[in-house]
Unconditional design. Structure first.
Length: 146
């Protein structure tokens, strides 16, 4: 199977080769695991500087910084971590998958909402309710003496 990469549209090919722009760091993960947790640095952290990326267009950079603001630190790095597995390699692969999934979701354009009109039934119910309330208010009035 051959992989042909294009750099025009992220929807056509979200799997661009960002590998040279990633910064990985390993640290000890938290949680249960006995001695393995205390000895092995299996937690993987992926750091990616959005504004310095040569593979993203200016509009894509703006869209990512806007949509992923809660995952971007003060230096402008998108920071993702994974510590689900006891294996550093498995965590690294999982954090890469997480990166691509996040990128694909953030670059997908939002669909505009199409406003709908109220149906005949709802209009009839609304008018019936209005008449009932008006009648109720009429009954509260004192009768006219003629």
């Amino acid at each position: 199977m051959t992989d042909v990469t294009t750099h025009e549209n992220p929807q056509n090919n979200p799997r661009r080769d960002f590998a040279p722009e990633w910064i990985f760091s390993a640290s000890r993960s938290s949680g249960p695991g006995g001695q393995n947790v205390n000895k092995v640095s299996s937690k993987m952290e992926l750091r990616f500087h959005i504004m310095d990326s040569s593979l993203l267009s200016e509009s894509e950079k703006e869209m990512l910084t806007e949509k992923l603001a809660n995952k971007i630190n003060n230096e402008g790095f998108l920071v993702l971590t994974c510590q689900t597995s006891r294996s550093q390699l498995a965590n690294k692969e999982e954090v890469i998958e997480k990166f691509y999934a996040l990128l694909t979701k953030a670059l997908k354009p939002r669909k505009k909402r199409v406003p709908t009109k109220p149906g005949k039934g709802s209009i009839e119910r609304k008018l019936k309710d209005k008449k009932r309330v008006a009648e109720k208010k009429q009954w509260r009035k004192k009768p006219d003496e003629e």
